[in-house]
Design a protein around this ligand. Structure first.
Ligand code: FE2
Length: 203
């Protein structure tokens, strides 16, 4: 059995319309995420000693991953982990405001949900080229907004992601073309705060 597998989408391809269109979801999930999974498996093939390691473990221990596959793990396993989170923090009939413990932590850290949204939006807009904006939990359980280039995972810095925004053009170009800000503003309508809360409590 392959080490990593492409997870099924937890909803239909058109479930996030009109905010994220079905064709983008299809190409993004099947081709892009599927490609990361395939390439991650290929990279790990020659390293049976890492066969029982999880994707998250490999990223958290990226410095101890053999040098010949370190870049591939960073990019391909990173892409797999980032997208596995991505599908779950989205959902139909979601959006609105966060709830529960993560909501309290957001208010405490950023002042209000609105201030958090502004900072997160700015972070996502500031990314040059491809990358991700993240809400992460530090080891002391405090929250922070960070960005990572390419498919770098926050796990490589010991930070647990609870919400991520994919600003690779493959995530939005079909519908939004170059209008990243418009995509970001639409994206809030499909954020699954129940999942963010679950991840926050598990972090
Ligand atoms: Fe993506």
């Amino acid at each position: 059995m392959a080490q990593f597998e492409l997870p099924d989408l937890p909803y239909k391809l058109d479930a996030l319309e009109p905010y994220i269109d079905a064709r983008t979801m299809e190409v993004h999930h099947d081709k892009h995420h599927g490609g990361y999974v395939q390439n991650a498996n290929k990279a790990l093939e020659g390293h049976p000693e890492l066969k029982d390691k999880s994707a998250e473990w490999l990223l958290r221990h990226i410095d101890s991953v053999p040098e010949d596959i370190r870049t591939a793990v960073r990019n391909q396993v990173g892409g797999h982990v980032n997208h596995s989170l991505w599908w779950t923090v989205l959902g139909p009939h979601k959006g609105g405001e966060p709830k529960g413990q993560v909501s309290e932590a957001i208010d405490r850290t950023f002042g209000s949900f609105e201030q958090f949204q502004n900072s997160f939006r700015q972070a996502a807009l500031s990314i040059f080229g491809s990358g991700w904006a993240w809400l992460v939990v530090r080891p002391d359980h405090s929250l922070e907004i960070i960005t990572t280039p390419n498919q770098d995972s926050s796990f490589m810095q010991g930070l647990t992601p609870v919400l991520g925004l994919d600003v690779w053009e493959h995530a939005y170009y079909l519908r939004y073309e170059n209008r990243r800000a418009e995509y970001i503003d639409a994206w809030w309508h499909v954020v699954n705060w129940d999942e963010v809360e679950r991840r926050y409590q598990a972090a």
